[in-house]
Design a protein around this ligand. Structure first.
Ligand SMILES: C[S@@+](CC[C@H](N)C(=O)[O-])C[C@H]1O[C@@H](n2cnc3c(N)ncnc32)[C@H](O)[C@@H]1O
Length: 274
């Protein structure tokens, strides 16, 4: 088959977050879910923290790749404020990197960051809705990255998006998918928040189960069914310990989220108890 695939990493101790918004007849129909206002600066800052936690915790943007020098054209789907792309641009000067996100605010910020860090050469950020056909020709990229796609994809969106990712990936290229598997904490308040989050994800159609496996355990099958060969998986366990920088970032990540309207007062009370 034409497409070898996937260092597919699993992030432990992470929550899945964020919003869902879809374009309908040229306008926006908001699906009330998690972060309501995606152009909110607090959300942008939270995503910056989250990016650092994940990229550092996983050993770098492409730490599992045996030969990043063979990857020239790279696409990041739902790139947020651009942290993953900019980290890759810093490390791999030969790459041409494109980040897409539905949010103007995220893209605007990512472009400004690229500018201020002198990383404009070979780096571009575009506003694009990944739930619509991607505006790239077939086989445009050597590697396509999707991290925390479950934050905005309904379970029913995955097959179509994976088809689209395969279309824009060149034969022999790589589709790289990272999502959460399990989240455990010694904090009872945090565990209650996670439980409510998983329940909300399930009830809103973002997860196949209320258990902590989300959609991750299904991705292997979904990719194999599409002819991806080989499908490779890698577990990355991320630890956030109170009193460390990572622990503080996670704490701020939770506090920054304005999720009370989804989970109700109990969630807000638990946030205060953290
Ligand atoms: C949880 S963040 C993940 C950001 C980044 N991938 C990371 O791992 O750091 C989800 C991102 O997806 C974006 N997003 C949500 N719906 C989208 C869509 N339909 N198309 C493209 N991006 C979308 C959001 O604006 C947000 O920046």
């Amino acid at each position: 088959m034409p497409y070898p695939i996937i260092p597919f990493s699993r992030c432990g101790r992470r929550r899945c977050l964020v919003e869902a918004e879809c374009t309908v007849s040229g306008g926006y129909a908001k699906i009330p879910y998690f972060v309501e206002d995606r152009s909110n600066d607090a959300e942008l800052i939270r995503l910056l923290f989250q990016d650092t936690l994940l990229t550092t915790g996983m050993g770098g943007p492409l730490s599992e790749q045996p030969d990043p020098s063979s990857l020239h054209r790279v696409l990041d789907i739902g790139c947020g404020p651009g942290g993953w792309i900019l980290e890759a641009a810093d490390r791999y000067h030969h790459m041409s990197l494109t980040g897409i996100d539905i949010s103007w605010r995220m893209i605007e910020y990512a472009r400004a960051q690229a500018q201020s860090r002198g990383l404009t050469d070979g780096v571009e950020f575009l506003v694009m809705d990944a739930l619509h056909p991607l505006k790239f020709p077939d086989a445009s990229f050597d590697l396509v990255n999707l991290r925390l796609g479950s934050s905005f994809l309904l379970v029913t969106d995955w097959p179509r998006l994976l088809d689209e990712l395969l279309r824009v990936t060149r034969p022999g290229g790589i589709v790289r998918v990272t999502d959460y598997v399990t989240i455990q904490s010694t904090s009872p308040a945090y565990n209650r928040i996670i439980k409510m989050g998983l329940c909300a994800l399930y009830r809103s159609g973002h997860s196949l189960t209320e258990e902590q496996t989300g959609v991750t355990h299904e991705l292997d099958r979904l990719l194999s069914e599409r002819g991806c060969k080989p499908v490779q998986t890698r577990d990355a366990t991320l630890e956030f310990i109170a009193g460390t920088v990572g622990g503080q970032h996670l704490y701020e990540d939770i506090l920054t989220q304005d999720l009370g309207y989804v989970f109700g007062h109990s969630f807000v009370a638990d946030k205060q108890a953290l």
